[in-house]
Design a protein around this ligand. Structure first.
Ligand code: KIV
Ligand code: ZN
Length: 504
C-alpha cells in the first residue's frame, strides 16, 4: 500500500478541552512546536469561538506555523463560530475550517432537537459559508459528530455528504464520538462512505477510546480507505481519550505503511506531554508505559534476553530505540522469574556469575521474592554474595598459614571433627589440596584462575578473587569462587566453597 497517511493532530483542541487545567498560550505554543518537529501534517489548534484565550492562541499558532502545516480551527455550523475560526487561522499558508454537526438519529432527536432535513441544510450552508470566507488557499473539513451511531440512517448521511462535498468540503471526517460497539461495525460504515464519495475527497476518522479500541478502529479504517487519521499525543481527549498517535503510527509502521513521522521523538514527547497535561502515563501503557518493556516471568525473560540486540524481540513489538526509548528492557525478579533473570541482573550490576551459579542460587532468590514481591537488585546481590562466596556445608575453614616455602598449615572442621595438617605443594592451592588429601578428602581440580577485584564494586575488603573449576563424582564440572584481601586466602576459600558444593 503506497498511500501515505495524513496525521491530523487534535491534542490542542480535543485533548486540551478535556484537561482539568487547559493550556495557556505559551503551553499551546510549546506543544505546537513539538508537533511540527514530530512531523504531523495537520494541527487542529483550537475552537476559537469557545473563549478569548483559545481565539488568541489559535491566532498566534497560525502566525508561527510552517508553510507546509495545515492549521485548522473548529466551528459549529453557525456563522459566528465560522467567522471567528476564519479570523483566527487565515494568516497561515494552509488554513482549514473544520465545521461539524451531529447526524445520528438519537442526537438529532434528543440533543439537537431538529429534523434530519434541517440538519442537512445547516451542514450544507455552513460548508458553503466557510469556503466563501476562507478563500482559495484554505480548505474545509466537515465532520458528522456521532458518525459511529449512524448505521440506521447511513443512506441519509451519505446523501448529505455528497451535498456537503458539492458545497466545498474536501475532507470528510467520520468520528466515533462515543465508542460503543465492535470496531468492525464502525469500519464498515467508513468503507461505505469511502466507496460512495469521489476519490479526490479525503476520508478522515476521529475515534474516541471509550472501550479501549480507538487505535484498532483508526488503523483498520486506514485500511478501509481513510487517509486522514485524527489522533492525540498520549491519547489525551474527552473521557477515555482519543486515538493515541504513537500506537497508530507504530502499528502502521509495523504493517509496512510509510509513516511520515519522526518516530524517534515519541518517548520524549510522551514524557513532556504527560508532565504538561498533568496526566500520568499508566504503568502498562503500550510503548511508553514504565512497564511496557519489563519482563517478569522466567519464560519471557529468557526470550527477551536471547533476542535483546535484535530488531524484532521475542516479547516486544518494536526495538525501543525506534521510539527514542533507551534499550533497557527491564528484568524484574519476582517469584515467577527464573535463572536467566538472576544471571542478567547480577551480570548487569557488574559481578561475575555463570549460568550454573545462577541456577544454584535461584531457589534462595525465589524464596526471598515470595515474601516481598519484586526483589530490589541490592537484595539479589546480597543473596549472590551469601550463596556464591560463602557456601554453607560440612566443611569450615579455620586457618591457612604459610610455614615455609611450599609448606602450609591448614586447620578446618569437617562436620564436628577438627583437622590440623601440613600440606606440601607447588604454591598454596597445591598445598591445600595435599593437606585435604591427607585427611581423606580428594578434590579433582581442573583449572583455577586468579583475578584482581574492582574495589568499587566489591568493597575495600576484597582485592582478589579465585575461581576454581573442579569435577564432582559423576565427572560434572563445578565452579566455585573465593574472595579475600589476600590472594592465598582467596585460593583456600574457593577450595572450601567447592568442597561444600560437593557435599551439598
Ligand atoms: O468527537 C467528535 O465527534 C468531535 C467532533 C467535533 C469532530 O470531536
Ligand atoms: Zn472528539
Amino acid at each position: 500500500m503506497t498511500r501515505q497517511p495524513f496525521f491530523y493532530d487534535i491534542t490542542l483542541r480535543d485533548g486540551n478541552q478535556s484537561l482539568k487545567k487547559p493550556w495557556n498560550l505559551e503551553e499551546k505554543e510549546l506543544i505546537f512546536n513539538k508537533l511540527t518537529e514530530f512531523g504531523v501534517q495537520g494541527i487542529e489548534v483550537g475552537f476559537p469561538a469557545s473563549s478569548e484565550l483559545d481565539f488568541t492562541a489559535c491566532q498566534r499558532l497560525a502566525q508561527i506555523a510552517p508553510d507546509t502545516t495545515v492549521v485548522s480551527a473548529l466551528a459549529r455550523t453557525v456563522e459566528k463560530d465560522i467567522l471567528r475560526a476564519v479570523e483566527a487561522v487565515h494568516f497561515c499558508a494552509k488554513p482549514r475550517i473544520h465545521t461539524f454537526i451531529a447526524m445520528s438519529p438519537f442526537n438529532m432527536k434528543y440533543v439537537l432537537n431538529k429534523e434530519p432535513m434541517e440538519v442537512r441544510r445547516l451542514a450544507i450552508e455552513a460548508v458553503k459559508f466557510a469556503k466563501e470566507k476562507i478563500g482559495a488557499k484554505g480548505d474545509i473539513e466537515f465532520s458528522i459528530e456521532h458518525f459511529g451511531d449512524c448505521a440506521e440512517n447511513i443512506d441519509f448521511v451519505i446523501d448529505t455528504l455528497k451535498e456537503v462535498v458539492k458545497s466545498g468540503a474536501t475532507v470528510i471526517n467520520l468520528p466515533n464520538t462515543v465508542e460503543r460497539e465492535r470496531i468492525k461495525n464502525f469500519v464498515d460504515l467508513v468503507e461505505k462512505v469511502y466507496i460512495a464519495l469521489p476519490k479526490d475527497i479525503c476520508i478522515s476518522v476521529h475515534c474516541h477510546n471509550d472501550l479501549g479500541m480507538a487505535t484498532a478502529a483508526t488503523v483498520e479504517s486506514y485500511f478501509a480507505g481513510a487517509t486522514q487519521l485524527e489522533c492525540c499525543l498520549n491519547g489525551l481527549g474527552e473521557r477515555a481519550g482519543n486515538t493515541n498517535v504513537y500506537e497508530v503510527a507504530v502499528a502502521l509502521y509495523n504493517s509496512g505503511v510509510e509513516v511520515p513521522l519522526n518516530l524517534s521523538n515519541i518517548y520524549e514527547l510522551a514524557l513532556t506531554v504527560s508532565e504538561m497535561a498533568n496526566v500520568k502515563i499508566p504503568e502498562l501503557a503500550p510503548l511508553i508505559g514504565p512497564q511496557a518493556l519489563a519482563h517478569r516471568s522466567g519464560i519471557h525473560q529468557d526470550g527477551a534476553i536471547k533476542t535483546k540486540d535484535m530488531e524484532k524481540g521475542a516479547y516486544r513489538p518494536i526495538h525501543p530505540t525506534l521510539i527514542g526509548r533507551k534499550d533497557d528492557e527491564k528484568i524484574g525478579f519476582t517469584s515467577q522469574s527464573g535463572k536467566t533473570a538472576i544471571f542478567e541482573i547480577i551480570k548487569d550490576a557488574g559481578y561475575p556469575i555463570t549460568i550454573q551459579e545462577a541456577v544454584r542460587i535461584t531457589p534462595a532468590v525465589k524464596e526471598a521474592a515470595e515474601k516481598v514481591g519484586e526483589l530490589p537488585t541490592r537484595n539479589i546481590i546480597d543473596i549472590y554474595f551469601r550463596e556464591v562466596f560463602n557456601v554453607k556445608g560440612d566443611f569450615r575453614l579455620v586457618s591457612f598459614e604459610k610455614l615455609a616455602e611450599n609448606v602450609f598449615n591448614l586447620k578446618f572442621f569437617h562436620k564436628e571433627k577438627f583437622y590440623e595438617l601440613d600440606g606440601h605443594g607447588n604454591g598454596p592451592v597445591d598445598a591445600c589440596l595435599d593437606a585435604l588429601r591427607q585427611a581423606g578428602f580428594e578434590m579433582k581440580l581442573i583449572d583455577y584462575r586468579q583475578s584482581a577485584l574492582d574495589g568499587e564494586i566489591f568493597g575495600s575488603g576484597a582485592a582478589a578473587m579465585t575461581v576454581i573449576h573442579f569435577e564432582d563424582k559423576e565427572g560434572k564440572t563445578l565452579i566455585s569462587r573465593g574472595k579475600d584481601e589476600s590472594t592465598i586466602k582467596a585460593n583456600v576459600k574457593a577450595i572450601f566453597n567447592g568442597l561444600n558444593l560437593l557435599t551439598e
